[in-house]
Design a binder for this molecule. Structure first.
Ligand code: BGC
Length: 739
């Protein structure tokens, strides 16, 4: 039996405090600083996108003069090598550049979108994926990625939910830290390490109404208990940089927010890494109504602790004058430059011999990891009559839908370097495996947003000739990601109508949904016999999906974000508070569109069930796991103590498979109401048919702690419920008292 175990306690043990810089680095920084002109310092604090292929003479000259400390998303590998050579050999002080890029879910080998990866609940595999991305990116001169995005996302309208690791602070903390370790390795100075960036600090995912860049209002209790923990975990994992958010947090733009940047990040967490603004976020503080002009914005961002300005040039243009008039102390500029130079020293950029590196191609091992991660990220939402897995002896399959053969969409948002020709689509793989004659393909619609029904007839005809219909539906890649919020969460275009049309064939329908967010498709789902939710699964999505369809692998992904029944329920998340009038279970199931007499003044809707369509932590398998025998090694816990909660999990089916076992807690009464359930541990276990595992989770006082109204981390005496569970709605329940 293979066990991968991620309880909170272990997580705390493996977190590493950022290594102290090797001896001498601070002295080298000080020596360099003492020789730098103010202009050179401001150059270091500036990051640009202006590098084009081929390197122009003006850019070469700017690099020579030390005008830029960093470039992002710019230039070819050869340009980057040449630019670095100029910086190192021809600039006055030889300070290297650092090249940043959005290497979000892979570089050349594209892994599932982060939301998909999180559904694997597999930090080891995500760490491996980040490592591969680091190797591929660093081989082309990229030593800094703007990932992981660890914004808690509880609103599927927000397009960037695709880039998030879901709605839960504990899971996001564990997975985000794993990604940091994967990108950065043990030592940032190893040639294939890339600096990670914890973004977007902080609260950006709470954009009002899910509308991109919108304001966020987050009381401090919520900020500390939900939005900050993943960032603190990233800091503890040694993340080299932080990126500020575009959002105004409680009325103060994150980029000029001294409370989060100075008080929490620098004073409380003692962070000594580098902080970069988001793209033009400094002058955007003018539009926020927080800065009067560029000069004011530069002053406020620096005062808050933003070290490097991304793309805009308010620092370079105004800080000199602000120093001259005494409005900015040169010491704060020196501090920022120190943080930037420290990053460059930590990356070993001063000691590297400049020159083009050997580009790392896509390896078989990388493809294998991409396939495993895609496989583990797929969530089986429905499997009526065990229509899945399909028998390999099945006659003909009809492959229908706009996403069966769409390599670019399959890669998902934020792909700058992945190539469509490297992607293996489900259609391609099914044709290879079954032979052309057994695969009847009709897209039905051209794209997910297509409004034409011209292709319906051909699709229905093919469905009628087949033994099973595989419907590849969902969202195109450009419907999620930054600035791609949606007000409706339905299957776009005429896809619902396509489902109805295909249902006329009377053939079993297996839907595979490729999307960047939870979608609502309640009525269409009723016509589907099975549903695999595959997100945008990346380069190896095709082989992963084919294996799942035919039972060469068994679904094991579980949702990391709650699926609403309708957009009107949003925001909906499992770790909500109970309210004074929670709706009881016997008030479930109010049919959509049929308001009932509001019997019982409880917290629910008249026109839709109050529960989600699919809950957090949910995912089916081709086997059945039975949970039994919950044991608590003690019923009382004291400060400094520890107990173990365990349960037996048995595979009652005929296939070997993984199960993600989850630990939840709830405190009955506290000085601040606690969520009805909170995830505190999880473990992926692999069990053969009939095999049993005793899954154990340590619980300590720290696991029961929360931030109170005075911003103190406390464990308050009281009764706690403990669940060991297959998802957030079920499980074996016990009780513990903290004294
Ligand atoms: C995004 C960041 C990204 C940056 C650089 C911004 O628009 O919000 O997440 O890293 O652009 O591309």
């Amino acid at each position: 039996m293979l066990c991968r175990y991620w309880p909170a306690a272990l997580f705390i043990i493996v977190m590493t405090i950022p290594a102290a810089p090797p001896p001498g680095v601070e002295q080298r920084i000080a020596a360099l600083l003492s020789r730098m002109t103010l202009e050179e310092k401001l150059g270091q604090m500036s990051q640009s996108t202006s590098m084009r292929t081929p390197l122009s003479d003006p850019i070469r000259e700017e690099i020579r003069k030390g005008r830029w400390g960093s470039f992002l998303n710019a230039g070819s590998p050869a340009d980057r090598a040449e630019a670095q050579r100029i910086a190192r050999q021809e600039s006055r002080l030889g300070i290297p550049l650092v090249f940043g890029r959005d290497v979000i879910h892979g570089y050349k080998t594209i892994f599932p979108i982060p939301l998909g990866q999180s559904a694997s609940w597999n930090p080891d595999l995500m760490q491996q994926a980040a490592r591969i991305a680091g190797i591929e990116a660093s081989s082309e001169g990229i030593r800094w990625t703007f990932a992981p995005m660890i914004d808690i996302a509880r609103d599927p309208r927000w397009g960037r939910i695709a880039e998030s690791l879901g709605e839960d602070p504990y899971l996001t903390s564990v997975l985000g830290a794993a990604m940091v370790r994967g990108f950065q390795t043990e030592s940032l100075s190893s040639a294939s390490a890339i600096a990670a960036s914890a973004k977007h600090y902080v609260g950006y995912g709470a954009a009002e109404a899910g509308r991109e860049y919108n304001s966020t209002w987050i009381p401090e209790v919520l900020l500390r208990n939900v939005y900050l923990p993943p960032f603190q975990a990233a800091r503890d994992a040694g993340v080299a940089t932080f990126m500020t958010g575009f959002n105004a947090l409680n009325g103060v733009p994150a980029t000029g927010n001294r409370f989060i940047l100075r008080k929490i990040l620098r004073e409380e967490w003692k962070y000594d890494g580098m902080v970069v603004s988001d793209y033009t976020a400094i002058p955007e503080m003018i539009l926020h109504g927080y800065a009067a002009d560029d000069r004011d914005a530069a002053r406020k961002a620096l005062a808050a602790g933003v070290d490097m300005e991304m793309v805009s040039t308010t620092y370079f243009d105004h800080l000199k004058a602000l120093v001259a008039t005494g409005q900015v102390d040169v010491k704060s500029i020196d501090n920022a430059v120190r943080n930037i130079l420290r990053l460059k020293f930590r990356l070993g950029l001063f000691d590297e011999s400049p020159g083009p590196a050997a580009t790392a191609g896509i390896t078989a091992a990388a493809l294998d990891t991409a396939k495993r991660l895609a496989t583990e990220s797929v969530v089986l939402l429905k499997n009526d009559g065990n229509v899945l897995p399909l028998a390999k002896s099945i006659g003909k399959v009809a492959v229908i839908g706009p996403l069966a053969d769409s390599p670019v969409d399959q890669m998902g948002m934020w792909v700058m370097d992945g190539r469509a020709e490297d992607v293996r689509t489900p259609l391609g793989v099914l044709r290879e495996e079954l032979g052309d004659g057994r695969v009847l393909y009709a897209p039905g619609v051209k794209t997910s947003r297509d409004s034409s029904r011209d292709g319906f007839q051909d699709a229905l005809q093919k469905a009628r000739l087949a033994d099973v219909v595989l419907l590849f539906l969902g969202e195109e890649q450009i419907l999620s990601g930054e600035a791609h919020s949606r007000a409706f969460l339905d299957l776009p275009g005429v896809q619902e109508a396509l489902v109805e049309e295909i249902a006329k064939s009377g053939k079993p329908i297996v839907a595979v949904i490729l999307a960047g967010r939870p979608l609502t498709f309640h009525n269409a789902a009723a016509k589907m016999n099975a549903i695999l939710y595959a997100w945008h699964p990346g380069t190896m999505g095709g082989p992963a999906i084919a294996d799942l369809l035919f039972g060469d692998s068994v679904p094991s992904g579980k949702l990391t974000t709650t699926f609403p029944r309708t957009v009107g329920q949003v925001p909906i998340y499992y770790a909500h508070l109970n309210t004074g009038r929670p709706a009881p279970a016997n008030e479930l199931g109010i049919p959509l569109g049929n308001p009932v007499n509001p019997v019982g003044y409880t917290s629910k809707y008249l026109d839709v069930d109050f529960t989600p369509e699919y809950p957090f932590g949910f995912g089916l398998s081709y086997t059945t796991f039975e949970y039994s025998d919950l044991r608590l090694s003690a019923s009382r816990l004291r400060k400094g103590g520890r107990l173990t909660a365990s349960a037996e999990v048995v595979n009652r089916g005929v296939r070997e498979a993984d199960e993600v076992v989850q630990l939840y807690i709830h405190q009955n009464a506290a000085s601040v109401s606690r969520p009805v359930k909170e995830l505190k541990g999880f473990r992926r276990v692999h069990l053969k048919p009939g095999e049993k595992a005793v899954v154990a989770f340590p619980i300590t006082a720290e696991d029961l702690a929360f931030y109170n109204e005075r911003a103190q981390l406390v464990t308050e005496p009281g009764t706690f419920h403990v669940w060991i569970a297959p998802d957030s709605t079920r499980g074996l329940e016990g009780e513990v008292t903290f004294e």
